[in-house]
Design a protein around this ligand. Structure first.
Ligand code: ZN
Length: 342
């Protein structure tokens, strides 16, 4: 997928920094937008020795070749080992780290101590920046506070509020928004994703999440949930909890409880939008039903229900009895509707 064409305004903003590069840029935005891909494309375009019009990398020069093979001497990528895909990993091997380690930051010293090899610019991409614990972040901070000349840090983050404030303040922030839905849907469809518009809406506009949802078998359980939520007549919370609990257990970890809570959160967002006369954001095909349901619920009750879901979302991170958890979740939801039904 061509992430540059999905994020033209962010790309142009990045390119406008070219002539006076800061020491560190922090690209932020919701998960699955393509921030990392854009950071890499930007790094490649800066290192390219014969950039094309619009400062795009040429893909042909020696620097581009090195970059594509992952061995450009003036480029470093810091990311958790768990993100480095290793299909050959042996069974029972130590689990790969979810964190960027302090040794990875220390390893940069050698990188800084030798002169740059080519264009006189060094680039380090940190993805995602929130994968640094406090010690690691402090080690990076030292480097950011005493910047090496001709060095650019590109930090990528889904959750910038989890970063040390001192790290954030050392970086120039580049917000990345949701790409235009029509362009993104066309790009996903061109990549062979069936039903792209529906997945994209459910993903809140993030192409990466849309692909994930489609690939993770979300179709089945989500279909079931939506069918029950839109069915006329009373919602039967215990029955629905039992059905979904079975799906969760059968999925052997592929379907997490938090995904179910997130779906309910999106459902409530759409109900809230409908209550305010606005079009649905996530569940597009169910627009009419959602509007009808919204008419039966006082708006302040929706706000309270949403707050409750935020708590449930946190609880869902803990190991718990999934059946009981789901029963609570759907009983809350039904009470939301029911109180209004005289
Ligand atoms: Zn090139």
């Amino acid at each position: 997928m061509n992430f540059i064409s999905l994020h033209m305004s962010t790309w142009n903003h990045l390119q406008s920094q070219r002539s006076r590069l800061p020491h560190a840029l922090l690209i932020i935005g919701q998960r699955g937008l393509g921030k990392f891909a854009l950071a890499q494309a930007f790094a490649k375009s800066l290192l390219c020795e014969e950039p094309l019009e619009g400062s795009l990398s040429c893909g042909k020069c020696l620097a581009c070749n090195w970059f594509e093979q992952g061995n450009h001497p003036d480029y470093r990528l810091l990311q958790p080992q768990a993100l480095v895909e290793d299909p050959e990993a042996e069974e029972g091997k130590k689990k790969a780290s979810q964190q960027i380690t302090i040794d990875q930051i220390r390893g940069l010293d050698d990188f800084f101590n030798v002169g740059t090899h080519r264009a006189g610019l060094r680039i380090i991409v940190v993805n995602p920046a929130e994968a640094m614990n406090r010690n690691t972040a402090n080690a990076l901070l030292k480097t950011l506070e005493e910047p090496n000349p001709d060095t650019l840090f590109l930090l990528v983050s889904n959750e910038p509020l989890r970063l040390l404030p001192t790290i954030r303040s050392r970086c120039q922030t580049v917000p990345m928004g949701v790409p235009p839905a029509a362009v993104c849907e066309a790009a996903l469809a061109a990549d062979g994703l069936a039903d792209a518009g529906r997945w994209l809406a459910l993903a809140g506009g993030s192409p990466g999440v849309a692909i994930e949802l489609a690939a993770s078998g979300a179709g089945g359980w989500l279909e079931l949930l939506v069918r029950r939520l839109t069915a006329t007549g009373d919602l039967e919370p215990l029955g629905l909890a039992a059905e979904l609990d079975k799906v969760v257990r059968d999925s052997k970890g592929r379907l997490a409880l938090k995904s179910v809570v997130e779906a309910m959160q999106k459902w409530l967002v759409d109900l809230t939008l409908a209550a305010n006369g606005l079009p649905a954001r996530y569940f597009l095909p169910q627009q009419a039903t959602i509007s009808g349901l919204a008419d039966m619920i006082p708006p302040d009750r929706l706000v309270r229900a949403y707050r409750l879901l935020v708590t449930r979302r946190r609880e869902a991170e803990q190991p718990l009895n999934s059946r009981l958890f789901l029963e609570g979740l759907f009983m809350d939801y039904r009470s939301l509707l029911r109180i209004e039904r005289k």
